[in-house]
Design a protein around this ligand. Structure first.
Ligand code: MN
Length: 203
């Protein structure tokens, strides 16, 4: 059985950038629903239930057709949200200034260029989805988006930073102002975790 991961901060800790009510509903309702639906999809598939959600997504093609879409959407939702909570923290933000910094300089033309390109990608993501910084098959940084709850793992990419662009992530506080949400979100990015994700992905 899959379960909600423990949140490493309180609902109100990301204020004023992300409000407590949004965090509470997003984590305890939306994320919980993905977990519940993933468990429901796998209830008659004991072997698959023993796998990690990463393993399920990486080998999605080998999953029985009748539950593939449910695993893609709800396994993706579970994986993406578990990942998202960790790349945020109270008093986060600023710039990466560890191991990732020279790589962002070299591959993405510096932090400001990276910031602007990622923001632009997020603004242009039409409808519900996510914007990511991932590592491609050559271990190079790639800014990209996915639709719905599709995970970069489905495309053979390894995510290191994620931004949720579903309206449920910001609508209560920001309503239609996605640009303001994105601008605020940069203040809570957990760069230590992003750098750890980079190290894990390059290992
Ligand atoms: Mn979400």
């Amino acid at each position: 059985m899959f379960t909600l991961p423990k949140l490493l901060y309180s609902y109100a800790d990301l204020e004023p950038y992300i409000d407590a009510r949004t965090m509470e509903i997003h984590y305890s309702k939306h994320h919980q629903t993905y977990v519940d639906k993933l468990n429901l999809a796998l209830k008659d598939h004991d072997e698959l239930s023993k796998k990690t959600v990463e393993e399920l997504l990486i080998s999605l093609e080998s999953i029985p057709k009748e539950i593939q879409t449910a695993v893609r959407n709800n396994g993706g939702g579970h994986y993406n949200h578990s990942f998202f909570w960790k790349v945020m923290k109270p008093k986060g933000g600023g710039e990466s200034n560890g191991i990732l910094s020279p790589i962002i300089d070299k591959e993405l033309g510096g932090f400001i260029n990276f910031h602007d390109k990622f923001t632009s990608e997020a603004l242009n993501r039409f409808g519900s989805g996510w914007t990511w910084l991932s590592l491609d098959e050559n271990k190079h940084l790639k800014i990209h988006s996915t639709a719905n709850q599709d995970s970069p793992l489905l495309e053979g990419l390894k995510p290191i930073l994620a931004l949720d662009l579903w309206e449920h992530a910001y609508y209560l506080h920001y309503q239609n102002r996605r640009a303001d949400y994105i601008k605020s979100w940069w203040h809570v990015v957990n760069w230590e975790q992003v750098e750890q994700n980079y190290l894990d992905a390059t290992r």
